[in-house]
Write a protein that binds this ligand. Structure first.
Ligand SMILES: Cc1ncc(COP(=O)(O)O)c(C=O)c1O
Length: 359
C-alpha cells in the first residue's frame, strides 16, 4: 500500500465552471488562467480539457507556456507578465503567444526587434492597483507607439482590479472610471474582469474576461460557498488516519506539545503535513472531515503528518478517510484558520502529492 495522501481533481467540474463563465459573460471571450500549475490542479491536464473551449490560456511566464507546448498543448496562450528579455519576445512571437506589455522597458525591447511574426499584445494599464501597468497618463502614447510599430497583430486593452472581492469597496468603481476614461478614443478589445468581477460585476465583462480561481470551483467572495454561485469544486485533498493514540488528561501532543488534552482524548495521526503543502501555521481546531464528519487539528502540523482530535468519533480508526479540503470542506475555510487565502493553499501544494484525475 502507498501513502494514502492525494489530490483528486475533477476535470468535469472545471469544464462546468468554464461553462458558467460563458453563461455569466455570454458576449465575452475568455482567458482561462492556468498559471501556477493551474492553481495547483496540474496545468497540462487542465489545459487539455480547456483547449478548444477557452479562447486563450493565461500563464505567468514563457516557461509555463513552454511546458504546456512540450506536453502537446496547441491552444493559444497569453503571457500575463509579458516577456522578460528580448530573446523571450522573439520566442513568444515565433510561437504565436500573445503577451502583456506593462512597462516602458518591455515596450522598448519589443519595438527594437525584428520579430518573426507580428505579436498580439495586451497593453496593461495601472488603473489603481499600482502593481503592473502603464500610468493612465502614459497609456495612449504607449498604445500609439505599438500601433505605429507594425509589430502587433492586435492590441488588447487591459487592467486588473485591486479589491474586486470587496463588493462594496468604492475603489472598484474608481478603477472602472479610470480605465474607461483613459480608453476614450483608443480602439481595441477591453478586459478587466477576474473571477470576482465575473461573478459580481456584469458591467465589467467587456470583450474578454479572465477567470482563474472560479474555474477551479472556488468563490473569491469572502464567506461564500461554491454552491451559492453554482460553482463545482475541482480539487479534493484526501488522506487517511494511519494511527490512533489515547491521550490522558494533561498530556501534550506533537511538536512543542502545542495541544494539551483537557480530558482523556483520542488523537488520530493523519498522513499529510506541510511537506505536502498543508499550512504549518494552521491553528488548533483547523477543520478536517473524518469519514465525512467534522473534526479539528490538534497541535502543530508536522512535515508529513498532522494530529486530529477524534475523541467524539468512536468509529475513527486507521484507514478512515480524511478530507483536508475539497468538495465537502471549502479550501477558504481551512485558509481562514491559518490566516491565508484559498489561492495560496491551492498553489503551494507540493509535487509529492499525486494528482488523480476524474472526469
Ligand atoms: C492579470 C490577471 N488576470 C486574471 C487573474 C485571475 O484572477 P482570479 O484568479 O481572481 O480570477 C489574475 C490572477 O492573479 C491576474 O493576475
Amino acid at each position: 500500500m502507498t501513502r494514502p495522501s492525494y489530490l483528486e481533481i475533477d476535470l468535469s467540474a472545471i469544464q462546468s465552471n468554464l461553462s458558467l463563465v460563458s453563461s455569466l459573460a455570454p458576449n465575452s471571450k475568455t482567458v482561462a488562467c492556468v498559471k501556477a500549475d493551474a492553481y495547483g490542479h496540474g496545468a497540462v491536464a487542465v489545459a487539455e480539457v480547456l483547449q478548444g473551449k477557452a479562447d486563450l490560456l493565461g500563464l505567468a511566464s514563457l516557461e509555463e507556456a513552454q511546458q504546456l507546448k512540450a506536453a502537446g498543448i496547441e491552444a493559444p496562450m497569453l503571457l500575463l507578465e509579458g516577456c522578460f528579455d528580448k530573446s523571450e519576445w522573439l520566442e513568444a512571437s515565433q510561437n504565436n503567444h500573445s503577451a502583456v506589455v506593462h512597462c516602458q522597458g518591455q515596450l522598448e525591447a519589443l519595438l527594437s526587434l525584428d520579430l518573426p511574426n507580428p505579436i498580439s499584445v495586451w497593453l496593461k494599464m495601472d488603473s489603481g492597483m499600482h502593481r503592473l501597468g502603464f500610468d493612465p497618463s502614459q497609456y495612449a502614447d504607449a498604445h500609439r507607439q505599438l500601433q505605429q510599430s507594425g509589430k502587433c497583430k492586435s492590441i488588447q486593452l487591459m487592467s486588473h482590479f485591486a479589491c474586486s472581492e470587496e463588493l462594496d469597496n468604492p475603489f472598484n468603481d474608481q478603477q472602472i472610471q479610470v480605465f474607461t476614461d483613459t480608453l476614450r478614443g483608443i480602439e481595441g478589445q477591453r478586459s478587466i474582469a477576474n473571477s470576482a468581477a465575473i461573478l459580481t460585476r456584469p458591467d465589467t465583462h467587456l470583450d474578454w474576461v479572465r477567470p482563474g480561481y472560479m474555474l477551479y470551483g472556488n468563490s473569491p467572495m469572502p464567506g461564500e460557498v461554491a454552491e451559492s454561485r453554482k460553482l463545482h469544486t475541482a480539487m479534493s485533498f484526501y488522506s487517511e488516519i494511519i494511527s490512533i493514540r489515547h491521550i490522558a488528561a494533561g498530556e501534550g501532543v506533537g511538536y512543542n506539545h502545542a495541544w494539551r488534552a483537557e480530558h482523556d482524548s483520542t488523537i488520530a495521526v493523519v498522513a499529510a503535513g506541510y511537506g505536502d503543502g498543508y499550512p504549518r501555521n494552521a491553528k488548533n481546531g483547523s477543520p478536517v472531515l473524518v469519514d465525512g464528519q467534522p473534526a479539528g487539528t490538534a497541535g502543530h502540523i508536522a512535515m508529513d503528518m498532522m494530529l486530529v482530535n477524534v475523541t467524539r468519533m468512536p468509529n475513527a480508526q486507521p484507514g478512515s478517510k480524511v478530507e483536508l479540503w475539497g468538495k465537502e470542506l471549502p479550501v477558504s475555510r481551512v485558509a481562514k484558520h491559518s490566516g491565508m487565502s484559498g489561492y495560496e493553499l491551492l498553489t503551494r501544494l507540493t509535487s509529492r502529492l499525486p494528482r488523480r484525475y476524474i472526469t
